[in-house]
Design a protein. Structure first.
Ligand SMILES: [Mn+2]
Length: 200
């Protein structure tokens, strides 16, 4: 799919025997920015899916808030639920920046299109905790992004090490498909979202 700022694709797999996946995502485009989020409800099945939906609904309804506020609101709304882990990125086309943040273990990776930029790949620093449960103090980071850069979010139904699949010449759909087919576990729901920044 192509939104104003990014070309993106999501692939997901529901754990065998479950009707619903506990892994959800949201891509919310604005005129000059786009919010990208991946949420994993704790455990799997119905209750995990319900918790993930609460988080996505909060993000959707408050998408113009800053990233830390989004996590705080989600945390409040999730009290009494299973809880979720979540990673979020806000790509700002006017400033050429990405603010990203994670709690729990939704892995985030940014791969650079320009081969001269060091480092070529950056990992999202994730804080320990569960939204709706015990939580460390929140922390977001902001980095510059350039057209062609590729952002990947993956839930823990995907094994680590998939960064080898990320490059700037393959379309997001192909990258997402390759990661899912080579790195998905059989023991959990799995979701991988790939977004390529196009700039304004
Ligand atoms: Mn999971």
């Amino acid at each position: 799919m192509v939104d104003s700022l990014i070309e993106w694709h999501v692939v997901q797999l529901t754990l065998k025997g479950q009707e619903k996946s506990g892994d959800h995502c949201l891509v919310k485009p604005f005129e000059t920015s786009v919010l990208v989020a991946v949420v994993d409800g704790l455990g799997h099945g119905e209750e995990a899916a319900a918790a993930a939906k609460i988080a996505v609904d909060v993000l959707e309804a408050n998408a113009r808030d800053d990233v830390i506020a989004l996590f705080k609101r989600s945390h409040e709304a999730l009290r009494g639920s299973r809880g979720v882990v979540m990673s979020v990125a806000l790509l700002n086309g006017l400033e050429g920046t990405m603010t990203w943040m994670g709690v729990g273990n939704v892995e985030g990776l940014l791969a650079r299109a320009n081969p001269d930029i060091k480092p070529q790949k950056e990992s999202l620093l994730i804080r320990a905790g569960v939204l709706g449960g015990p939580l460390a103090i929140l922390d977001a980071s902001i980095i510059p992004i350039m057209p062609g850069d590729t952002l990947v979010f993956a839930t823990d139904g995907i094994r680590s090490g998939f960064d080898e699949e990320i490059n700037s010449h393959d379309p997001p759909k192909e990258i997402a498909g390759n990661i899912m087919s080579k790195y998905s576990k059989d023991s959990d729901d799995a979701l991988v979202l790939v977004a390529r920044y196009g700039g304004i």
